[in-house]
Unconditional design. Structure first.
Length: 201
């Protein structure tokens, strides 16, 4: 059900979103007491990334229907995959690219703490200490290459979503509990640079 109605903006979002949440729960259980083979973990992560990169319905709470929250639930699952011992550096890069793509969204303003859930997944990646600081800086710089359409509210929503995500990330990485993350200082410095760049648009 993870890809049911993918690309549509309708009630099928609930099936996709909560399927992603079940995957997050399953991977958490696997991390506590392994029961999956490495190839099964890889298969699940591949499918989750297909969902996360292609789902257009990023609504949070839908009046009269409840929480869809696909961006947040997908980030919860990516957080779990990032913490898996089976996940290597190339996988972590894919996770960060997917999160950046989801954050750079101009169709819907994230107002239900989606940025915090995505940032949790980013910090999980950084805590693994497997990615080169230069690669991480380049990943952050990609947020500055947003495509403005000249139409509103798309452009302002895009800018606000990116700004909130980067501010959340910088704040999280400057907390004492995250002080030991390798590359954190470099990432925060690049975030600051990109935020100044966005302010000039």
């Amino acid at each position: 059900h993870l890809l049911k109605g993918i690309g549509q903006i309708d009630d099928t979002v609930f099936m996709r979103s909560f399927s992603a949440l079940w995957i997050a729960i399953g991977i958490y259980r696997h991390r506590v007491s392994p029961f999956l083979q490495p190839e099964e973990v890889r298969f699940l992560m591949d499918r989750l990334l297909v969902f996360y990169e292609n789902d257009l319905d990023v609504r949070g709470f839908i009046d009269t229907k409840g929480w869809a929250h696909g961006a947040a639930h997908g980030a919860d699952a990516l957080d779990e995959f990032a913490r898996c011992s089976e996940t290597g550096a190339p996988d972590l890069m894919r996770i960060l690219e997917a999160l950046r793509g989801k954050a750079m969204n101009g169709s819907y303003g994230y107002v239900h703490q989606e940025d915090e859930r995505m940032v949790t997944a980013v910090t999980a990646v950084l805590e693994r200490g497997m990615l080169d600081e230069t690669w991480l800086a380049t990943w952050i710089s990609g947020f500055g290459h947003m495509t403005l359409t000249g139409s509103q509210p798309h452009d302002v929503v895009l800018r606000v979503n990116i700004t909130h995500f980067l501010r959340s990330l910088a704040y999280r990485l400057q907390k004492p509990a995250q002080a030991g993350i390798g590359g954190a200082a470099r990432v925060v410095a690049e975030v600051t640079r990109v935020l100044h760049q966005i302010d000039t648009f």
